[in-house]
Design a protein around this ligand. Structure first.
Ligand code: MG
Length: 274
């Protein structure tokens, strides 16, 4: 599902492992309870990361915080060891879109830092991402952050039984394009989630209303728009993981895990800011 690409498909924490063509799984109420627990641990970990992140930290410091929090709450990191990914947290800075590997890189004032993480409780997954500014950033980057987060919630609002995946996808796309000239990443998409990190269906961040798989009660979706200040082309760095914008423009990534009900979707990975 990559477009305009010359690089080979890397292992990915996003869509490529979704069992294409399979039906989405419908969860039992016991499974949904565990997904809620896993999601809350992800959300609480993001809250701690948001509070601790500051210029001068290394990305490895952030990874250590994430692993400490997830294990401290009795869950397992979902990404560590996943197809060889070496860390708990994906840290993707500025023109890095997703799958950045934590290391010695120091966070600098004005960086846009994307933090993607997952947790497993009782075999069920939660998966979410936030992008945050380290210190103050120019207005155009504040608007990029607002646009990315707003597009996630526009998509979530369409994650309702009786709708189709295309309703979610088109809501994300329309929100982004209503805010300005941005690139929407097309080669990496959201996914079903449950007993696997990546399940059917794929959830693109562009599309047409009324198209795609039906959304039914008991399904769970990870919706995750990636929005660039420039174009939508991507490349993968030599580390085999880090996905970057081909034109070097900054990018943001926002993701929640949502449960489909007979009414409003439940966002498992959102927590109240205590
Ligand atoms: Mg995901």
């Amino acid at each position: 599902m990559r477009t305009n690409q010359t690089t080979t498909q890397p292992p990915t924490l996003l869509q490529s492992l979704a069992p294409r063509g399979n039906e989405a799984t419908v969860k039992t109420s016991a499974e949904l309870d565990l997904m809620w627990e896993a999601g809350q641990i992800v959300g609480k970990t993001h809250l701690v990361l948001r509070k601790e992140l500051r210029p001068g930290m290394t990305t490895r410091d952030l990874d250590a915080v994430a692993e400490r929090e997830i294990r401290g709450m009795g869950a397992m990191p979902a990404f560590k060891g996943y197809h060889g990914f070496p860390a708990t947290l994906c840290v993707s800075i500025n023109h890095e879109i997703v799958h950045g590997i934590p290391g010695e890189r120091v966070i600098e004032e004005g960086d846009i830092v994307s933090l993607d993480l997952g947790a497993i409780v009782g075999g069920l997954y939660g998966d979410a991402a936030i992008s945050v500014a380290a210190g103050s950033v120019p207005d155009e980057l504040e608007r990029l952050l607002q646009t990315g987060e707003g597009s996630l919630y526009a998509g979530i609002a369409q994650a309702r039984a009786g709708n189709r995946i295309g309703d979610v996808s088109s809501a994300v796309e329309e929100h982004v394009l209503s805010r300005g000239v941005y690139g929407i990443v097309r080669g990496y998409v959201g996914h079903g989630i449950g007993r696997q990190l990546h399940e059917a269906p794929s959830v693109p961040n562009f599309g047409r209303p009324g198209r795609g798989p039906a959304i039914r009660e008991g399904m769970a979706l990870a919706i995750e728009p990636m929005v660039n200040l420039g174009g939508d082309d991507t490349e993968v760095l030599d580390d085999g993981w880090t996905v970057v914008t081909a034109d070097g423009s900054p990018s943001v990534h926002f993701e929640h895990t949502v449960l489909i009900t007979d009414g409003e979707p439940i966002i498992t990975t959102r927590v109240a800011d205590a």
